[in-house]
Design a protein. Structure first.
Length: 265
């Protein structure tokens, strides 16, 4: 199988990194083209994938085409390679934010074009990503194979397209929110005498372990909070102080703002 990427930005590179790390595909079986040769050609040489000189060349070479460009560029690119995609019946995996399956089909003038719309987060680079997907009817026969490929990068979840903006906030943007939380914990540790690198390592490991515990448990996060909280203890004191400062409200407002921005385009 040859996998093609039209667009070689951060998210495309994160996916390629995840695939290569797990040896899901050989570097020689990945082809890329981007808008700026000075960007994508050195990148391709660095990781060992093939740089091609046009979007059309990617469509001709690839068995799956990942579309990873700015949303406004999606329609003209698809229009330019639509005939090739149709002739070869190459599925398109679109990462275009805010661009629906119906819009993609319209750009291709082909409702029989197999299309999988995905929304990954940056953790796909370390095979710990979360990927939402929505598929059109035409991709049905190829869906299992595409999901096998994506599951190498982390976890996948089928979602209605009208929930993609919520997913952006909960998974796409949230790594930045979690980084802020880890850094805040670490700075509190520095306040009490730890070196910053020590405090960051402690906080990051605690967050990672806590996340794994949530995923492994059948209990809700609130139930798990109770397991850590002794009556009248230090954890309860910390939780009450955080709630008084508005931690939960701040998180919800951050999600609200992210969803609003995503829906505005």
């Amino acid at each position: 199988m040859t996998i093609g990427f039209i667009g070689a930005g951060n998210m495309a590179q994160a996916i390629i990194s995840g695939l290569l790390t797990k040896k899901a595909i050989a570097p020689a079986d990945i082809v890329v083209h981007g808008g700026h040769p000075l960007h994508y050609e050195p990148y391709a040489a660095k990781v060992g994938v093939k740089a091609l000189d046009s979007n059309q060349a990617v469509a001709e070479a690839a068995d799956v085409v990942f579309l990873a460009v700015a949303p406004k560029l999606g329609a003209p690119i698809l229009s330019s390679i639509g005939t090739t995609l149709k002739r070869r019946r190459v599925p398109v995996v679109s990462m275009l934010t805010g661009v629906s399956l119906a819009t993609l089909e319209k750009a291709l003038s082909n409702q029989n074009q197999p299309i999988l719309r995905i929304m990954p987060n940056v953790n796909v680079a370390i095979n710990a990503g979360m990927i939402a997907y929505a598929a059109n009817d035409a991709v049905a026969g190829q869906l299992d194979g595409l999901l096998d490929l994506l599951n190498v990068l982390g976890k996948t979840m089928s979602l209605p397209e009208d929930q993609f903006s919520t997913f952006v906030a909960l998974a796409g943007s949230s790594p930045a929110f979690v980084y802020l939380f880890i850094d805040s914990l670490a700075r509190a540790g520095v306040k009490y005498g730890l070196e910053k690198n020590e405090a960051t390592a402690i906080a990051a490991q605690a967050v990672m372990g806590s996340a794994k515990n949530v995923l492994a448990s059948t209990q809700s996060p609130f139930d798990l909070i109770d397991q850590v909280s002794s009556p009248g203890g230090t954890t309860v004191a910390g939780l009450l102080a955080m709630e008084e400062a508005g931690l939960m409200s701040a998180v919800v407002k951050g999600v609200d703002a992210t969803i609003t921005k995503d829906r505005q385009g």
